[in-house]
Design a binder for this molecule. Structure first.
Ligand code: HEM
Length: 197
């Protein structure tokens, strides 16, 4: 899809609507491994009574996004084989984004009035990063001296205060186009000219 839509010029936001598989990769990534497990701190601006509890003014709250999102994003009724990374679950038989699949935006970006206001910007950034990397390179697991693949355990997560990522891992990266470096510089130059014009 990337090669037929973007050809030798590389992906840009103009291609976004015609790259539903890349959009599906982004949605599946947000579902599969939410990166902000506890959201950000909120505080009660006044005393709140909730389900028999009195929450004093000034109480700090953290939304347990990991637990809520994880439980929801692992629900096999919503997402069959939930532990498998499967972007196609967000596509219909014709390969278009499928509105029936629950939106993973609801899983990784919080909820309610304090839902992440940067989610469209984040999704756009993830789209262009995924499209550009996959257009530019092939990615494979490296092999050890016996030719056995060294596969990263994607359940081994690391905490970084409010963020959670997989541990550092190695990957073999091979350019998919001749003279890739020159092509990438040309693309950047073209975009600089079109944005400054
Ligand atoms: C993949 C990228 C991102 C993820 C997964 C993410 C996720 C989240 C989550 C889970 C929250 C907490 C919601 C809550 O506590 O209820 C949040 C809050 C927030 N995010 Fe993001 N975010 C991302 C990118 C961004 C970007 C790019 C921006 C800004 C350009 C941004 C700005 C904010 C702000 C300002 C809040 C606080 C909102 C509030 O408390 O009212 N985020 N984000």
């Amino acid at each position: 899809q990337l090669d037929s839509v973007c050809g030798s010029r590389g992906p840009s936001f103009e291609h976004r609507e015609r790259l539903p598989y890349i959009e599906a990769i982004v949605k599946e990534t947000i579902r599969w491994r939410p990166v902000a497990p506890i959201g950000v701190f909120h505080s009660a601006t006044e005393e709140v009574k909730f389900q028999g509890f009195v929450i004093p003014k000034g109480t700090l709250f953290l939304d347990n996004i990991w637990s809520a999102s994880w439980a929801q994003s692992r629900d096999p009724a919503l997402f069959p084989n939930p532990d498998t990374f499967e972007p196609a679950r967000f596509l219909d038989a014709a390969g278009n984004l499928c509105p029936q699949t629950p939106d993973s935006n609801l899983l990784g970006f919080g909820r309610g009035r304090r839902v992440c206001p940067g989610r469209d910007f984040a999704n756009a950034g993830l789209f262009i990063a995924a499209a550009s990397m996959l257009w530019s390179f092939d990615f494979e697991w490296p092999v050890d001296v016996n030719g056995k693949q060294i596969v990263c355990d994607t359940f081994e997560m690391e905490d970084h205060t409010i963020l959670s990522t997989v541990r550092p891992f190695e990957i073999k990266v091979t350019p998919r186009h001749a003279s890739l470096e020159e092509k990438l510089f040309e693309m950047l130059k073209e975009r600089d000219t079109s944005t400054s014009a």
